[in-house]
Design a protein around this ligand. Sequence first.
Ligand code: ZN
Length: 258
Amino acid sequence: MLPENARPTTDREPEPGGGTATTRRGLFRWGAVLGGGALATACGTDGAPVVPGAVRERPEEIADPDVALELLREGNARFAGAREQHPARAEERRLRVAEGQHPFAVVLSCSDSRVPPELVFDQGLGDLFVVRTAGQVVAPPVLGSIQYGVEHLHVPLLVVLGHEGCGAVSATLEAVEKGSGPSGTAIDSLVDAIRPSVERAPAGAGGADRLAEAVRLNVADGVAALSADPLLAGAVQAGHLRVVGATYDLHDGEVAFL
Ligand SMILES: [Zn+2]
């Protein structure tokens, strides 16, 4: 009952730097995970059903992008509804992931202190491969980190996460509106990266509305840039990867997937 796009289960050599597991212990088999919520229908490698218990557990490897997305949706619903489970933070989990990581989502998010992906999606150790910069810009080291997550860790889902009231987008918007020149600091690199998105936000909109639209465009442009990368595009084409954009509402804690 493996998902159609499950990766090969053959053993692999350890990755340099200990980035991924040594030897795969075999993919867990799946029941109809989607629609039923949670992972109650996951089965162990021996085919025996896993009885849902107090401690939420997920299969070691998740290869289906849609399953990964559903996990994030469920986690954010718990967070926004103040029903967090704070999964995968116990000593046992820490020791297990020390042997190898199998994150199920790459999250490219803003560095903003109010938008930590592990909290916003109610995930734990080894769940998310997170890359953050102010304004979640797609710079070369960022792309390299994401490629590593997809190519070597076989992460099936890539989320570009912007947020309400983003300071980096707001600062870029201000620079565009005032026509101000470079500051001579490295912050200019952020402004330069975000500027094309901001310039497409309708000038007629009010300040808050224009900022919200600029945030949305910055996310969409991030998704487009990553989707155009040959390595990532190949993974998408093969059904191994899905790339989605999302925005986070600082007030209600909800993530809206675009
Ligand atoms: Zn931000």
